[in-house]
Design a protein around this ligand. Sequence first.
Ligand SMILES: NC(=O)c1ccc[n+]([C@@H]2O[C@H](COP(=O)([O-])OP(=O)(O)OC[C@H]3O[C@@H](n4cnc5c(N)ncnc54)[C@H](O)[C@@H]3O)[C@@H](O)[C@H]2O)c1
Length: 315
Amino acid sequence: MINKIGVIGAGAMGSSIAEVFAYNGYNVILKDINLGYAKKGLNNIERILNDFKLYNKKLPEKEIAKIEKNGIELTEQQKEKIIKNFDKPVDIEGILKKITPSDNYDDLKDCDIIIEAAFENQDVKNKIFEELSKYTSENTIVATNTSSLSITEMASHYKYPNQAIVMHFFNPPYTLPLVEIAPSTQGSDNAAKEANNLLSGMKNHRDKMYPVMTKDRAGFIVNRILLQVINEAVKVYDENIASKEDIDIAMKKGAGFPMGPFELTDYVGVDIVYDVLKTFNNVYGDRFNVSETLRNLVIAGYNGKKSGKGFYNYI
Ligand SMILES: NC(=O)c1ccc[n+]([C@@H]2O[C@H](COP(=O)([O-])OP(=O)(O)OC[C@H]3O[C@@H](n4cnc5c(N)ncnc54)[C@H](O)[C@@H]3O)[C@@H](O)[C@H]2O)c1
């Protein structure tokens, strides 16, 4: 029975993961290196919830406009009914109260699942797993949100390696419902199945959560396929076959992508895409040889939306 969740790392992913669990009624400990960082994570969660409230408020307006666009004129009474149907109050205070910021491993000792979302660095993650060994029992599930590193290596630093799994959420978890789950090589399938059952009963702001089972292989399912598409898009651009704008339009209008590969790279971070591609290049070889264009953007500090410039300009 899962009651309490621990999240390590209160950055972009950790804070959003904590929010999703609290939104589903779970108590969460949100731990970072110091209390200031953990509280910054809590502030981010408050912002996410305020945005969600605003989004919900606009839903009836959008629905009414959609119906009227089809030539149907609604009475005031019908509009009121739509507004009432969409009235989903968001208990911001209640959700925030479920999350306790912390800088202390001791606070994690009653957690049934602990999800690590610290920096994407194998040593940092190995150390966290080693430290967690002092505060957990053989029943605690210990998970990593890593995008490309080895859970098998993290598990080898953990006291109960059969309980170590990957729970890879997508950015941002409150709107993207997919979670890739993979046991470590040393692991039994039980911990992965328990995590799968837990997530199957949860929802985020838009949808029910969709866990899928995979194996401990770099990139799991989505990133391994998606990064190949992005890398190929950069090569098409490098070969002057089309402009980045036209490649983005082509993938959106011809392949049904919600974002073009260059828009997506800027959104995720050019540096992150570059690092993950380098990892894939090491693991899978030449089919992931990384374009010089990406490398040059990273060297220049053009890391996408967060730095104001990437493939596109944002200032
Ligand atoms: N950003 C994405 O799009 C995305 C998507 C899926 C998975 N991930 C993965 O999630 C993880 C976190 O990514 P992020 O984008 O949230 O990073 P981030 O830099 O926004 O946040 C990382 C947080 O971890 C904290 N931290 C670092 N070392 C710590 C330690 N030893 N103990 C406690 N806290 C520690 C940092 O202070 C920071 O607040 C990474 O493994 C990343 O690969 C990221």
